[in-house]
Design a protein around this ligand. Structure first.
Ligand code: TRP
Length: 472
């Protein structure tokens, strides 16, 4: 008997609601904060092209796979793997751990965004020349960013504790469209600045000399991060998806929206950045410096637009971190039989502690290093450069080699009632091409990266999970 018939799982209220929630999970700080600064650090359009290849040939296939596994089992990550094959429990566990670790730094940046929204109202960001220093001073302060991070996390807790349909769905529906509108507005503003042209050529004329194994891994990791893949997040969301929905089509819509959002963010930022003569490789401060500068130069209406932008960014971040928290909470509910509220409080308390360390690593604790990096980078690199890619590889191997082809075909065609013409192509991608591609890229990246000991530590954790996850 199918799991779904036994457990009557809560479903998304509507198709639009599901797309918005899944796109809401995907579109977040990854697109608007992270993608532009990685593009800046890795030399512009060559990085973008590699990123797009990762999206088309790896990301889309894995998203279809995650939705299919989730809906077939009607269970969140750990349970989904476990019911299909007991010795794969560790792959689900790795996902939950990744969610935990991402939530060890994501709310810190979410808190910055929230703070910038409020600071824009009070007019603190109006002097263009001071904006860069302001960012540096703000994030390295010992107390203030902690306050915003806790506030940000508290909003997550409130929504997740209420359950799936009312909370996550309602938030996504209104606020995602707002974000798109705002990005369009900023793009117009940015490309019409004098000197914007060199920003556009940075984005569209590839410089292949900047590409190394490290670039490939960064692009692959970013593809997973941005699409919320490789940690069972989309398995969990798929588990709430109605049996009538067309999985490949939904996946394509989500992937397209996410990619559009990232590209739009880059087109919004780089023309203005070059017009202002700023440095493209300035790292995590990029959005928080360039966008306020654009607005500060707009005169009286600037602060208003700034408030709306950071409100939209905060909400985009929220719909993503909600999904991360949800993965951990869903695990505690499904596998540990915990009550939803209790699970949410316990998970978020641990996350808050990790975030405090991450935030302080920008200033007070800058000298404390784990495997050669501060806490913020520790959680970031460990998840984005190792866990997500390996999690994605495991999912592909699991789907390709441990599930029945017939079952997959039935799941993706709703038992033959709809057609999925590219099934064979998808199946071969996920069975052969994707696992191999990830393996090669991960290997080249690990060889090229400076943080070798951190990489080895990550691999050690994965091996330890394989040994100990039988109890989960
Ligand atoms: N995709 C989100 C972003 O771009 C972050 C995120 C949410 C995520 N859920 C995830 C990343 C699951 C990896 C896995 O901001």
């Amino acid at each position: 008997m199918q799991q779904a018939e036994m457990t009557q799982r809560e479903n998304w209220r509507s198709r639009f609601g599901f797309i918005m929630a899944a796109a809401g999970s995907a579109i977040g700080l990854g697109n608007i904060w992270r993608f532009p600064y990685l593009t800046g650090e890795h030399g512009g359009s060559a990085f973008i092209i590699i990123y797009l290849l990762c999206i088309v040939f790896v990301g889309l296939g894995i998203m279809i796979g995650e939705f299919a596994v989730g809906r077939k089992t009607s269970l969140a990550a750990v349970g989904a793997y476990k019911t299909q094959n007991r010795s794969w429990t560790f792959a689900g566990a790795l996902g939950v751990l990744s969610g935990f670790f991402i939530m060890g730094f994501y709310p810190v940046v979410g808190g910055w965004s929230l703070a910038y929204m409020v600071k824009s109202i009070t007019g603190l960001l109006t002097v263009p020349e001071a904006i860069g220093d302001f960012f540096g001073a703000f994030v390295s302060a010992p107390v203030e960013p902690l306050f915003w991070m806790i506030l940000y996390l508290a909003i997550n807790v409130l929504i997740v504790a209420k359950g799936v349909a009312e909370g996550i769905e309602a938030a996504g529906k209104v606020l995602m469209p707002t974000l798109f509108l705002l990005l369009i507005f900023i793009i117009f503003r940015s490309v019409s600045l004098p000197g914007a042209g060199s920003g556009l050529s940075f984005l569209f004329m590839p410089d292949w000399s900047k590409v190394s194994g490290n670039t490939l891994l960064a692009a692959l990791g970013q593809a997973f991060f941005s699409l919320s893949l490789g940690m069972g997040c989309m398995i969990t969301y798929g588990s709430y998806l109605s049996k009538k929905e067309n999985i490949p089509q939904n996946a394509l819509t989500v992937v397209t929206m996410d990619t559009l959002a990232a590209l739009m963010a880059a087109v919004a930022i780089f023309p203005a950045l070059f017009a202002f003569g700023m440095e493209p490789a300035q790292g995590p401060g990029l959005v928080f410096v360039v966008v306020p500068t654009i607005f500060a130069q707009m005169g009286a209406l600037g602060p208003l637009f700034s408030v709306i932008f950071f409100a939209a960014l905060t909400v985009a971040a929220l719909t993503s971190s909600l999904s991360l928290l949800e993965v951990v909470v869903a695990y505690l509910i499904d596998e540990r039989k915990m009550e939803r509220k209790k699970a949410t409080y316990i998970a978020s308390t641990v996350m808050a502690i990790m975030c405090i360390l991450s935030s302080l690593s920008m200033g007070t604790l800058a000298g404390v290093k784990l495997f050669g990096v501060g806490f913020f980078d520790f959680f970031d690199i460990l998840t984005d450069k190792i866990f997500l890619a390996i999690g994605g590889m495991l999912l592909a191997i699991f789907v390709g080699w441990f599930m029945k082809k017939e079952d997959l075909k039935n799941e993706l065609t709703n038992d033959g009632t709809i057609s999925f013409g590219l099934f064979e192509l998808w199946y071969n991608l996920i069975k052969y091409v994707i696992p191999l591609a990830i393996f090669v890229v991960a290997f080249m990246g690990i060889a090229a990266i400076e943080q070798t000991s951190l990489m080895l530590f990550g691999i050690f954790i994965i091996l330890a999970l394989m040994v100990f996850s039988k109890k989960l």
